[in-house]
Design a protein around this ligand. Structure first.
Ligand code: FAD
Length: 621
């Protein structure tokens, strides 16, 4: 056949994991095949059209720092941008963008089609070609055989997918798409531990049938944030508002009355759903004392009237969905364009993976995204990038790479999944990271772009911009450190106006910036010119203001790294450790970790508790 059938890397699935995987491997110079059900659904957002949010934007910025597509596509498609937690510290600050789902798909498809070394082919992958316990290729639905050094599987919610609307069941990978049954059956013959999870989505509403005048408008922030380190506000399309309405007691009565036809409450659905993104029937049940829940009415795009009512994901029967939607203020005449539904699908126990996301049972086969028990585009994209990168490294005969927990949220997520597994859809939160002050979204590039360049993931344009930024930070820090303000001058008076205190002696600008009352903009122009790059200014401010905390965290990381292989005695009596909470003592007693590093990875075991463990060990010695 005169058609390319041999590749370095084959990626199955063109969702968020698959597209980042294929792009990463192709960027590294590996000939890559992206095999997906339908080219029209490349980069499709199966659920809410939004990217980022707390913990999730950290992943998006890390994907971006490693040359990935998600953040840039978000900048091209975002129709409402907000900075969440803007009044809190930089560690938990997060960027969230409402996206136009059509523009998002177009942006992703554009990047894919213009990526060298990447071939896209539309067809279902139905089987894996195996040589002993090594994968060597893929067979498509029509029997075409593609061969490769490595394969990345990113089949999302499609493996054995079953859609539920009320007590009606149908096979599907998501609404409108067929499931992946042949491949699911093939994988079930392999030694992987397979289980079922479920997720759900709300009904979509026609904006023409909604009365926005009685809802609260929620505009985006100004100045409008960007998602990518390379992003510009000018790249954004028109910005529009979201709206807020609420459920009420009548809504809750309607839901309760429909529970006898709910697949979740009648035991039809077995898979566990996302705890942090519950269905509305779940919320009514779990928070029975609440008589109202907020519902964000989010536009799905600029060229469509479709709305996504965020907060009422449901698998109740259609007639109940219609009644509950119409019980909310502004929705009295709402027309449902697509019913909500739940989907159950196969996922693989991520404890059967290595940190590179290669499976332990099949060599050269990598898993990424929803099939590893995660939920969310960002979690999927981040794993996709890591799996694609490692599939590429393997094809090139090189050592694998993955970030440590103190280097990236990607490292935290993969380590959590691989060491602890999951029995519910895993999503990222800042609270999962021990070293939050170091793993900020604003410094993802400073943490990862050099490594990305070394791995071949970062192109010349991004690299030049990164080097310029780094140099700018050094130069500006140096300028502030060497620019002095004398007491009783006009500049000293400006400082006094902000701080309420006269300058008692000569100060440089760097020391002034450490004062809580003063921001970069207050001090930078006291002498000389402030930088005109807002990313540089932001970095200088954060690095100076949080220097003490950051260096303390760095010390902790160093200390743990030095001691991570320290064994913990089998007979250790955790109840006798001074200063440790009972909860942590109990966790350690139950888990009986073998080393200090293993202890540090137990959820809830804080870096402070690890330090206490270390002190205790020294005392015992
Ligand atoms: P997907 O985006 O599902 O992509 C899988 C891709 O693989 C698709 O392109 C598919 O066509 C292709 N594919 C599958 N099998 C094959 C095959 N055999 N051959 C070729 N191609 C194949 N996330 C949240 O964070 N919050 C939510 O509330 C939420 N709700 C959801 C509700 C529903 C109904 C669904 C379907 C998803 C929901 N998600 C939610 C999850 C979110 O959509 C996923 O986390 C994310 O899309 C996962 O990305 P992925 O790349 O792993 O898989």
């Amino acid at each position: 056949m005169d058609y390319p059938t041999r590749f370095d890397v084959i990626v199955i699935g063109g969702g968020h994991a698959g597209t980042e995987a294929a792009l990463a491997s192709a960027r590294m110079g590996c000939s890559t095949l992206l095999l997906t059900h339908n080219i029209e659904t490349l980069g499709q957002m199966s659920c809410n059209p939004a990217i980022g949010g707390i913990g999730k934007s950290h992943l998006v910025k890390e994907i971006d720092a490693l040359g990935g597509a998600m953040a840039l596509a978000t900048d091209k498609a975002g129709i409402q941008f907000r900075t969440l937690n803007s009044r809190k510290g930089p560690a938990v600050r997060a960027t969230r963008a409402q996206a136009d789902r059509i523009l998002y798909k177009a942006a992703i498809r554009y990047v894919l089609e213009n990526q060298s070394n990447l071939t896209i082919f539309q067809q279902s992958a139905d089987d894996l070609i195996m040589q002993d316990d090594t994968v060597t290729g893929v067979v498509t639905q029509s029997g075409i055989r593609f061969y490769s050094q490595t394969v990345v599987l990113t089949a999302g919610t499609f493996l054995g997918g079953i859609i539920h609307i009320g007590l009606e069941k149908l096979s599907g990978g998501r609404a409108g798409d067929p499931p992946s049954v042949a491949l699911a059956n093939r994988l079930r013959e392999m030694p992987f531990r397979v289980d079922r999870l479920k997720t759900g989505t709300p009904p979509r509403i026609d904006a023409k049938s909604v009365d926005f005048s009685v809802m609260e408008a929620q505009p985006g922030d100004t100045p409008v944030p960007v998602m990518s380190f390379m992003g510009k506000t000018e790249d954004h399309p028109e910005q529009i508002s979201c709206y807020i309405t609420h459920t009420n007691e009548r809504t809750h009565d309607i839901i309760r009355a429909g529970l006898d036809r709910s697949p979740m409450y009648t035991g039809v659905i077995e898979g566990v759903g996302p705890r942090y993104c519950p269905s509305i029937e779940d919320k009514i049940h779990r928070f029975a004392d609440k008589d109202s829940h907020q519902v964000f009415i989010e536009p799905e795009g600029l060229a469509t009237h479709e709305l996504y009512p965020n907060g009422i994901s449901t698998s109740l029967p259609f007639d109940v969905q219609l009644e509950l939607v119409r019980s909310m203020r502004g929705m009295e005449n709402a027309h449902i364009m697509r019913p909500g539904y739940a989907i159950e699908y196969d996922f693989f126990n991520p404890q059967d993976l290595k940190h590179t996301l290669e499976t332990k049972f099949v060599h050269n086969l990598f898993f990424a995204g929803q099939i590893n028990g995660t939920t969310g585009y960002e979690e999927a994209g981040a794993q996709g990038l890591l799996a694609g990168l490692n599939a590429g490294l393997r094809a090139q005969g090189k050592e694998g790479w993955y970030p440590r927990r103190d280097e990236a949220y990607i490292g935290v997520m993969v380590d959590d999944l691989i060491t602890l597994g999951t029995n519910e859809p895993y999503r990222m939160f800042t609270s999962r990271a021990e070293y939050r002050l170091i793993l900020r979204e604003d410094n993802a590039d400073l943490r990862l772009t050099e490594k990305g360049r070394e791995l071949g993931l970062v192109d010349d344009v991004r690299w030049a911009a990164f080097c310029g930024k780094k140099e700018g930070i050094d130069q500006e820090t140096e300028r502030l450190a060497t620019s002095w303000i004398q007491p009783k001058t006009e500049q000293a008076e400006r400082v006094q106006q902000k701080t309420g205190q006269p300058l008692a002696r000569e100060y440089n600008l760097l020391d002034l910036l450490k004062r809580p009352e003063l921001e970069y903009d207050d001090v930078a122009s006291l002498r000389g010119e402030p930088v005109d790059n807002p990313q540089v200014a932001e970095q200088v401010q954060i690095q100076v203001k949080y220097a003490g905390y950051i260096s303390r965290q760095q010390d902790e990381i160093e200390k743990l790294r030095r001691h991570e292989n320290t064994p913990l005695p089998e007979d250790m009596d955790y109840s006798g450790i001074d200063g440790m909470s009972n909860e942590i003592r109990q966790k350690l007693s139950e888990a009986r970790p073998e080393t200090l590093a293993a202890a540090s990875r137990i959820p809830g075991v804080t870096p402070a508790a690890v330090s206490l463990l270390l002190i205790h060990l020294k005392k015992r010695a």
